[in-house]
Design a protein around this ligand. Structure first.
Ligand SMILES: *Cc1c(COP(=O)(O)O)cnc(C)c1O
Length: 373
């Protein structure tokens, strides 16, 4: 009843992303025994599908936590206190990854960029040469706070050449834009259910390479809930070591089948097309992208500079009140300076068209006039 009455909202934030009705219905499945056969069949199906999306032969562990829990799991399973780590940061999620490592006692060197820029493989290579005893590199694939995608394959290549570990935050990229764990030589990969996967928040997916598992054997940071060997062992029996967020598993089972039907390539093509369309329309409105070099503009989230004289909060409130369209603001130092349009997971051209119409009307009502060049 309430569901039917609920108005259609156009949720255009970079996570949580919209969940289609069939998946929402699956999420409402009654509870079953999490140690029983029905659930173990779901676990097996899910993990088999996830490998195909990570493009890995490794086991992908499904953890009950948000993406940040996955990042914490990445750090504590392969590092020891005192280990030297190079943290590549182009925004607030890059900083978060570095902070987690620091909190657990890693010796962190930052390779930080101005927000809006992408990292370069050359800089990473130089930083690794400057500090040869660095053990691991932390990098964000798609920086959700700035709408910039790092050239991950190139960065991974220089990290491989230097024989270091590479830990990747792929929370807002995996399953949406091209990503190849094994082919690119990535050692730890983390993503989260509420971004590209069309399911609610609550799960993180983590995989380790053979090098990652070797590092696991000697890693001494404290871990209990996130001990990945426990998760791997349980999963091979179709279980999880602790009670999982079963409802999200039910939804994910349906989501992954639907995504497999669409196909990885088609999903990537759709995100590319929608990303291009979003940027084109943003510029056509006379607005500026926050990303400095459009070659690195994200196909999952577009960050837009707040135009002079327009209050971002007023704009977002008007979009929500009058158009049922929800945009994200800027995080941390970007608060009030940008707004962000999420376009990952369940998104098509119509969603962007609606968003752009709402944006154009709201800007006009707030007195924005297209700058003349
Ligand atoms: C959303 C996100 C996270 C994790 O956030 P949670 O709120 O903990 O799920 C981490 N990194 C990136 C790049 C993200 O977009």
């Amino acid at each position: 009843m309430t569901q039917q009455k609920q108005k259609q909202i156009n949720l255009r934030i970079p996570g949580p992303t919209p969940v289609p009705p069939d998946i929402l219905e699956a999420v409402g499945h009654p509870m079953i025994n999490h140690r029983g056969g029905e659930f173990s069949a779901i676990v097996s199906r899910i993990t088999a599908h996830l490998k195909a999306f990570f493009l890995t032969q490794q086991e992908v562990m499904v953890l009950t936590c948000s993406g940040t829990g996955g990042l914490e799991a990445a750090v504590v399973n392969v590092l020891s206190p005192g280990d030297k780590v190079l943290a590549v940061s182009i925004g607030s999620f890059g900083n978060r990854f570095a902070t987690i490592a620091e909190v657990y006692g890693a010796d962190v060197t930052m390779l930080a960029y101005d927000w809006g820029q992408a990292a370069s493989a050359d800089d990473v290579s130089k930083a690794l040469k400057a500090e040869p005893d660095i053990k691991a590199v932390l990098v964000t694939h798609n920086e959700t706070s700035t709408g910039v995608t790092n050239p991950l394959a190139e960065i991974a290549a220089v990290v491989r050449a230097a024989d270091k570990l590479i830990l990747v935050d792929a929370v807002s990229s995996l399953a949406a834009i091209p990503f190849e764990m094994d082919a690119w030589g990535l050692d730890v990969v983390v993503t989260g259910s509420q971004k590209g996967w069309m399911v609610p928040p609550g799960l993180a997916f983590v995989a380790l390479s053979d090098r990652g598992w070797q590092a696991f054997d000697s890693a001494r940071m404290p871990r209990f809930y996130f001990d990945l060997a426990k998760h791997r062992e349980s999963q091979t029996k179709g279980q999880t070591p602790f009670t999982p967020a079963m409802s999200v598993f039910f939804g994910l089972d349906v989501a992954l089948a639907r995504m497999a039907d669409e196909g990885l390539e088609s999903i990537h093509t759709r995100h590319r097309r929608i990303g291009d369309m979003t940027r084109r329309e943003v510029k056509a409105l006379g607005l500026e992208l926050f990303c400095e070099d459009e070659r690195f503009a994200s196909d999952t989230v577009t960050a837009v500079k707040a135009p002079d004289g327009i209050d971002v909060n007023a704009l977002r409130t008007m979009m929500e009140d009058e158009h049922d369209t929800i945009l994200a603001g800027g995080q941390a130092r970007l608060s009030g300076k940008i707004f962000r349009i999420g376009h990952l997971g369940l998104v098509d051209e119509d969603d962007i068209r609606l968003t752009m119409d709402a944006l154009a009307q709201s800007l006009e009502k707030l007195g924005f006039t297209r700058p003349t060049a």
